[in-house]
Unconditional design. Structure first.
Length: 298
């Protein structure tokens, strides 16, 4: 590794001082909602005896991942809004890149597992308890974490092999693969293709499983009564909303070679801040069991 760069300068979302102060207040408020909302979900599910189904087991892990995922980028971004020198060390930058892809990919896998859970619950209700046992659910979650780790290791190793000997300014508010590729003082075409293929394979394969699951669910609901339709869609609607909010921006960023970082960082706000913030609201507002458990907890 011929890197001579020891630290990077993050340009952030804006260089305007007035805008930065507004962003500081706004994103600090968003981050507090993310941590408080998702932590409340985790505590509610763990402490409630009523919320012991596989759906809530996966939801608990999703909320925990959301806290970790947003914590990789949000605190540094919020602190940088008030800092004059928005620097990050080389090791810190690589650690941020690893954490971002580790928790982001784990979230993608957990959302996919949750879609499979809804498919079994609606299309094969009589076999649900035998197919979705505690052991099976545990293995699915462990597989999600392991898959996220493998994906992140590949992305991190590919990036750390790049020689970084020139400019150290990153036009972003966190360290990611595409911004670092643009700083490398070598031809990054091959590495860029591998990075896009790796991220694209994960995102598109999971998205294909998700779409297939919900197509099968919708087809199976043809013979259901209007009450059955309403019950099924109420449990699936929240999940579909979360999937769209998270997968849409992720797909836009990671399945194509990046050419416009200022555009990328605006889109990145959706999957690093907005989606983790809205997930608890989306799941609780439409779920009477969770709201009832929260009331008992209080």
């Amino acid at each position: 590794n011929a890197s001579s760069v020891k630290e990077f300068i993050l340009l952030g979302l804006s260089e305007n001082q007035g805008v930065q102060k507004i962003c500081f207040v706004m994103f600090l408020f968003f981050y507090m909602i993310i941590v408080a909302g998702n932590l409340l979900i985790v505590i509610t599910i763990i402490s409630s005896r009523c919320l012991n189904s596989p759906m809530y087991f996966f939801f608990c892990h999703l909320s925990f991942v959301d806290i970790c995922y947003s914590s990789v980028t949000a605190p540094k971004m919020i602190a940088d809004f008030l800092a004059e020198n928005k620097t990050i060390s080389f090791v810190g930058c690589i650690a941020q890149l690893f954490g971002l892809h580790f928790f982001g990919c784990t979230e993608i896998f957990i959302l996919t597992v949750m879609a499979y859970d809804r498919y079994i619950a609606i299309c094969r209700p009589l076999h649900y308890t035998t197919l979705m046992t505690r052991r099976v659910c545990g293995r699915m979650v462990i597989g999600s974490w392991a898959g996220g780790f493998v994906h992140s290791i590949v992305q991190t190793l590919l990036t750390t092999q790049l020689p970084l000997c020139g400019p150290n300014k990153i036009d972003h508010y966190f360290c990611d693969v595409h911004p670092l590729l643009q700083l490398a003082c070598t031809n990054t075409y091959a590495v860029g293709i591998i990075v896009v293929a790796n991220s694209g394979m994960v995102t598109l394969s999971c998205f294909f499983i998700l779409v297939t699951s919900y197509v099968v669910i919708l087809v199976s609901l043809k013979s259901q009564t209007s009450e059955g339709w309403h019950k099924a869609l109420s449990t699936c609607g929240s999940h579909i909303t979360v999937v769209i909010l998270f997968f849409g921006p992720c797909t836009f960023i990671y399945i194509r070679p990046s050419s416009n970082l200022s555009e990328d960082k605006s889109v990145a706000v959706f999957y690093t801040i907005i989606s983790p913030m809205l997930n608890p609201l989306i799941y609780t507002l439409r779920n009477e069991e969770v709201k009832s458990a929260m009331r008992k907890l209080w």
